[in-house]
Design a protein around this ligand. Structure first.
Ligand SMILES: [Zn+2]
Length: 185
């Protein structure tokens, strides 16, 4: 695999690396980062949710001030717009922003975010809305379970946000395998 540019090196090259200690060092297990993704990073937002992180997608509004919104909501900004890093608000070090080159594949983007922010895989969230997945008794959701699935699965989860129904089937396993590969790459 080719060497990826990291957000930190990108910052350093652009002369924007803020002192003192980078604020991403403030994240820990109990206070994981939450993300604001620019409108072109919808795929990355979905995969961050699968990796267990809250990731919001910014609306596609011309002139929308992403750094302001991220700072106001306490979110880490993920953006493909390198110019954002030149904004005063970012250079001042008060906002954590990661530049994600749009030329990277989704897996490379995910790997870069994990590497730069020291992320680890957490309990998966709903990829569609980011809601937590709540273990739910099979009887409570039986009418929604495909008959063939009901024959071999007895563990189910309902999204607290959109009420989507989940189980650890082949689709879920493929997602977990992709995440593990992206993180370890
Ligand atoms: Zn959901």
């Amino acid at each position: 695999m080719r060497e990826l540019p990291t957000a930190k090196s990108a910052w350093a090259r652009r002369g924007a690396l803020a002192e003192p200690a980078p604020s991403w060092a403030r994240f820990d297990e109990a206070h994981p980062p939450r993300f604001l993704c620019d409108p072109s990073l919808g795929g990355l937002a979905r995969w961050l949710r699968a990796a267990g992180y809250e990731a919001f997608l910014a609306p596609e509004v011309p002139g929308h001030r992403l750094p302001d919104e991220a700072l106001r909501r306490g979110l880490v900004l993920l953006t493909t717009e390198a110019e954002v890093l030149d904004r005063r608000i970012v250079a001042a070090g008060s906002l954590v922003a990661v530049w994600v080159p749009s030329a990277l594949t989704m897996a490379e983007q995910l790997h870069m975010a994990f590497l730069d922010l020291g992320l680890t895989l957490r309990e998966p969230r709903c990829m569609a809305c980011g809601g937590t997945l709540v273990p739910t008794p099979m009887e409570a959701v039986r009418p929604r379970i495909p008959p063939r699935t009901a024959l071999w699965k007895d563990e189910y989860f309902v999204c607290a946000g959109c009420e989507g129904l989940f189980w650890r089937g082949t689709h879920w396993e493929r997602i977990e395998a992709t995440l593990r590969r992206a993180v370890a790459a």
